[in-house]
Ligand binder design. Sequence first.
Ligand code: KIV
Length: 275
Amino acid sequence: MSTQLPEKKEPKVTTQTVVDMKGRGEKISMLTAYDFTMAKLVDLAGIDIILVGDSASNVMAGHETTLPITLEHMIYHTSCVVRGVDRALVVADLPFMSYQVTTKDALVSAGRMMKEAGAHAVKMEGGKPIADTIKRIVDAGIPVMGHLGLMPQSIYKYGTYKVRATDDQEADELLSDAKLLEEAGCFGIVLEKIPSKLAKKVTASIDIPTIGIGAGSACDGQVLVLHDMLGLNKDFHPRFLRRYHDLHTEIVGAVGNYVKDVKTADFPNKNEQYK
Ligand code: KIV
């Protein structure tokens, strides 16, 4: 009989884990993923939170905005991600119009995301107008992450993707929304594209973690879209994006080599076929 102990597995990240991380000043890492293979890689690399963002609408489906993606699509993407993850907390975006009409709709959408997709939490865009709905969802046992600042589901209201809350009125509103979301029971809030000074103030004003994207270094954590940080997309270069690879060049190069090898009958060679 083997005397070897089973390898000790890293504990899974929970919503409480990330709140505790803020408490001890440990930064939280978050990235998007939309499929099994990428989720598995991102989890293996030690990410704390995987966001199945409705940016899947742009990145996976090629839409111009996040508005067209449906709850069914998001459930599909989330279930693929959940199957690839061992340690990270999986947060799934509730898509446009799956939670804004009535609280009952919102509860059903959040419930389906947990039950059918296996998400660990949901994310919703908005402050005061959806605070009561968030409270109801949290009361039903479903963890909610908020999202303030630039909210891509409201792009037709803003008319632009520029930095939000640069004036005092919108900044005050955002700060008060963040406190409302904390009171409603959110375990964290994404702050998208706001001045770093405001993000710092919000972060210091609440006990739940803030996760920034284009919101500066004072946030408790950072999130990026995986395909952007891996350099799969050549056309998107906002100031906040740090590229960790140039996969666009790598992939186009590798596929180009394959095409050349097939055309020249170099592939398959003797060792790449059966006798
Ligand atoms: O959908 C998404 O990817 C997001 C991040 C940009 C935070 O909401």
